[in-house]
Design a protein around this ligand. Sequence first.
Ligand code: G
Ligand code: G
Ligand code: MN
Ligand code: NA
Length: 256
Amino acid sequence: KTQDQAISGETEAPEFWLQYQPIVSLKTNRIMGFEALIRWNHPERGLISPADFIPLAEETGLIVPIGQWVLRQACYQLSVWHQLISSPCPLIVSVNLSSRQFVQPDLVNQISQILQETNLNPRYLKLEITESVVMENAEVATTMLQQLKSLGIQLAIDDFGTGYSSLSYLHRFPIDTLKIDRSFINRIDIDGENLEIVRTIVTLAWNLGMDIIAEGVETAKQLAQLKALKCEYAQGYFFARPLNCEAATALVLQGT
Ligand code: G
Ligand code: G
Ligand code: MN
Ligand code: NA
């Protein structure tokens, strides 16, 4: 249980913890990794969504220690899972990075240190950065992404398709993965319009040598459409909701 103990260091239910949502290979039907998602149970106000508190933590700067804790916890947990399994292609963990974290001058050092402390091979850590965060700082972003990449970690553009993407930048960034925003996925089983958008993003990723993950897959029909488009990976309630550590560990042990 100790790995669940959070910032507060309490021995009872922690205020902060991570959930892990499986990311599935559509070719093999196996879990290729998990996205780590922070959860906050406020002592008086109960569960508060990260969609609400992350922007606030960004403003106050608290996102920096919170973000470091998330990274360390996620890397530690993955390292534990790697010791539990002997899979030929080990799991990855994907961690969201917010705007303020992304522009910290010592981010690369922090991550490097966390990888060492948790004894995690960098190739199994992926950072998710939204399209808008990258594009807001396009010039600085190129340098930062290159430095992060040189650690040997993987990089993903999160919520792809919702920002003002510049294709001329996209091909210059050392990006491994595009995560198609769920707003495009949630209607591909209803209208053909988003189907063409998703097809285009899949082709774009393929042409740029990037992996593709469809987010927010909720129905069998959406999954079938994605398979027909040769989308490689998917994530969403259809497969699994974000899971507590115990439930995610059970899946890891099942070898799924
Ligand atoms: O998991 P959920 O749907 O509640 O997440 C809501 C939003 O909060 C999503 O945009 C997600 O990317 C973001 N989020 C979840 N966990 C983290 C985290 O650890 N760091 C950052 N920066 N954002 C997170
Ligand atoms: O912005 P980001 O992609 O990091 O957001 C991830 C959030 O999306 C997670 O917090 C998770 O709770 C939520 N999510 C994951 N799968 C689904 C899904 O199938 N449908 C919906 N509506 N939300 C999802
Ligand atoms: Mn994400
Ligand atoms: Na997203």
